[in-house]
Ligand binder design. Structure first.
Ligand code: ZN
Length: 135
């Protein structure tokens, strides 16, 4: 299994504010901007070397990002790793006793399929597993 970092998810109150820092001041290039309805967020992806910074702005007060902002303020929300065979990996993790937030893959940004490992199952870090569709 690959341990390549796919992206870092950063919770922000507004993309405009986030882009001011990452794009305008740090000079990162915006790769995409889209709304992920299933996650109730707007996402701006910025290229940072081989990985991406995903700025996450809530589109609804009941999105997990809105709750994160409320509880902890803006900041690092999760680390995403690229994997292959996500649908087969999840039951293996579950069988090994890893606490999952998603037992089956769901839609992520850019047409990916994603699943989250509960921070209690990943040494305190919210981990997202990302699978790119086969070409
Ligand atoms: Zn993510």
């Amino acid at each position: 299994m690959s341990a390549k970092i796919e992206h870092l998810g950063v919770a922000v109150p507004s993309l405009v504010e986030g882009l001011k820092l990452y794009r305008d001041l740090l000079g990162m290039q915006v790769e995409f901007e889209e709304e992920v309805a299933s996650e109730k967020v707007r996402v701006a992806g910025l290229r940072a070397g081989g990985a991406t910074i995903e700025l996450l702005e809530p589109t609804s007060p009941d999105s997990t990002i809105a709750r994160h902002l409320e509880k902890r303020g803006p900041g690092l929300h999760h680390i995403a790793f690229e994997v292959e065979g996500l649908a087969e990996l999840l039951p293996r993790l579950k069988a090994a006793g890893v606490k999952l937030l998603d037992e089956t893959p769901r839609p992520g940004s850019r047409g990916t399929r994603v699943a989250f490992i509960h921070p209690k199952g990943a040494l305190g870090v919210l981990v997202e597993l990302v699978e790119h569709k086969a070409p």
